[in-house]
Structures are given as C-alpha cells and as structure tokens.
Design a protein around this ligand. Structure first.
Ligand code: ADP
Ligand code: MG
Length: 326
C-alpha cells in the first residue's frame, strides 16, 4: 500500500515546481499577505514556504496529510469547482509520501505554535509546542528520497530552480497584493522579491523588466454570452524571439496549457511573424464549464466555448490596439 500511495503521489508531485504551486495556493487560500520561499538545490534538498496566513489549528494537524482531507469545502459552494481545481486535499498527503515533511503553524487564537512532522500521510508522534508568529511554515526536505529513479531524472538543480522561480513569478503577477520572496538558502540577496500591495503591471516590471512594461496594454472584459470575465495585460512589443511568454490563470489557478493553439491567434494579429509577446491573462468562468477530466497535476485545462472565448478576447485586443494607434 505504501508503494501504491507513493506512485500516486509521484503522479501529482512530479518535480519541485509542482509542490511549490500547491503550497503557494494553500498559502493564498489562507489569506496570507507575505509569502517567503527558501530553496536549496533547486528545491530537491529543501523547499520551504513561510506565510502569515490563518495558520492550521492544532487539532487539524493530525489530519492535514490524510488524502482527500480538506478544510475548504465549506468555503466553496459549488462542488464542481472543488473537483476541478485543487481542494481535494491531496497536495500535502502526496508530498508526505515522497519527501520529509514538517509543518510549523500558529493560528491567531492559539497562544503558541505547533510543529508536526509527517511520513507517508501520517503524523509522527504529537505536535510539539513552539514559539512563532501567526502563519505557517511548510518544510519539504529531500524530495523523492524514496524514488531514486525520479531523483536521477531531475539531475539539474539549476533547471529546477528556474522552474520554481517561474511559478513564483506567475503567482506574484497574479496576486499583486501579496508580497513574495524567493531565496536560495545562503544567498544574501533574494532571487526574486515583490512588494506588498503592488500592482500587476508593477510586478511585471520588477520581474520581467522595464522594457516590456512600458508598452503594456491592460484591459478587462466581461462577456455575457459566453459567461466569462477576462483580465489581460499584453505587450505590444516583442518579448522574445523564441516563444510567447504566456501567464494564464483560470479561476485563480495557474494553468500551463489549455491545449488550445488558437490562443496564439490573439497576438498573431498585431505582432509581426516571428515576434512573440508577453501575455498575462486571467479568465473567470462558471466552474461547471471547466472540464474536470484533467490530469491530476491540473496543468492542462479544457473549457466550454474555448474558441469563442479566444475570439472574443482577440476582438478586444484588436479594438483596443486600433483605438490606441488612431
Ligand atoms: P487542499 O488545499 O485541497 O484542501 P492540501 O493537501 O493542499 O489540500 O491541504 C490540506 C489542508 O491543510 C488544507 O485544506 C488547509 O486546511 C491546510 N493547509 C495547508 N497549507 C496551509 C497554509 N499554508 N495555511 C493554512 N492552512 C493550510
Ligand atoms: Mg491545496
């Protein structure tokens, strides 16, 4: 059973960046305004995230790493939303099967914090009282220590670090009210830092450079026919000769791919061939329009009216570009 659980967990957590995504979403769900990430060896030796969110109650520490245990059901009325995007209580459980996991946490109500360690989904011993501020520190050490082949496949800490910083950058752009820090352990300067109460365009400038942020086209758009809302930030200048930089969030969750090539057509109309823009897009759709039959990593998402939604956004971009050039 331990082996089966480990294999299932390894499907959900495929590399440090998947774990970071889950942890960031948990910290954001917990209403944090400061999120600090520290890593060693591209997250393979250490991946630690500290937030100042609600914290976890002592009595919940025994169950947070059990599969399908979530505290979030009551906050979301629509069950299909839960099924679609996380909130299935699988992240911490999975991590505990493929790494050494400890959680230090304190709620506003409790006088002191508690530290708990986990293995294979189970709390080890009792949570120990400790000092600390309100919030949670999740510490993941020796990821895939018990999966030698996976470890072998992820040989380059530098590449894993690159992926971690891309995930963090995307969440920072999407959540400008939250201050994010990414640090390699031992480095004096953080690799990435955004201020609290920032804006999306400011965070794009900080992270991706002043050159692109000068020419940002920013708009939001609501479509009553296909029932979606889009918030977009798009460069009008070439971002990269290699490929488009696309930051896509659907219902507040980072999505790697929609499996929809026509997203390309949104910018193909205004940039010359071979030029690639920077695109940030946040789509909000009725949860029932999202396809729930996606891979557990939730990186690829399909939704109803994809073509129509892309067309509608494309029209917005065209109209606004024409307007600004007139
Ligand atoms: P899910 O997010 O789907 O509920 P997870 O395995 O990611 O499942 O987390 C399990 C539970 O642990 C969450 O429902 C939440 O109650 C608690 N939790 C995890 N991380 C945090 C955090 N940073 N702050 C507060 N609570 C947390
Ligand atoms: Mg979660």
């Amino acid at each position: 059973e331990v082996v089966v659980n480990r294999i299932a967990a390894g499907e959900i957590i495929q590399r440090p960046a998947n774990a970071l995504k889950e942890l960031l979403e948990n910290s954001l769900d917990a209403q944090s305004t400061h999120i600090q990430v520290q890593v060693k060896a591209g997250g393979l030796k250490l991946l630690q995230i500290q937030d100042n969110g609600t914290g976890i109650r002592r009595e919940d520490l025994a169950i947070v790493c059990e599969r399908f245990t979530t505290s979030k059901l009551t906050r979301f009325e629509d069950l299909s939303q839960i099924a679609t995007f996380g909130f299935r209580g699988e992240a911490l459980a999975s991590i505990s099967h493929v790494a050494h996991l400890s959680i230090q946490t304190k709620t506003a109500k409790e006088k002191c914090g508690y530290k708990a360690t986990y293995a294979d989904g189970k709390l080890q011993g009792q949570p120990k009282p400790c000092a600390g501020n309100q919030g949670t520190i999740i510490c993941i050490e020796d990821l895939f220590y018990n999966m030698p082949q996976r470890r072998q496949a992820l040989r380059s800490p530098a590449e894993e670090f690159q992926r971690l910083s891309e995930v963090l950058a995307r969440y920072a752009v999407h959540n400008p009210r939250v201050g994010f820090t990414l640090r390699k352990q031992g480095d004096a300067q953080p690799a990435l830092r955004t201020p609290v109460a920032s804006s999306r365009s400011e965070n794009i400038r900080i992270i991706y450079g002043a050159a692109i942020s000068k020419e940002l086209l920013e708009f939001s758009h609501r479509d009553e026919v296909y029932k979606f809302e889009a918030e977009c930030l798009i460069t009008q200048v070439n971002y990269s000769a290699k490929k488009c930089q696309m930051l896509l969030f659907i219902n507040q969750r980072l999505v790697e791919s929609t499996g929809l090539t026509s997203v390309d057509s949104i910018y193909a109309t205004y940039l010359p061939r071979g030029h690639h823009p920077f695109v940030y897009m946040s789509l909000t759709l009725p949860p029932q329009n999202l396809d729930v039959n996606v891979h557990p990593t939730k990186h690829e998402v399909h939704f109803l009216y994809q073509e129509e939604i892309v067309d509608s956004i494309k029209q917005q971009v065209e109209a606004r570009l024409l307007g600004s050039n007139a």
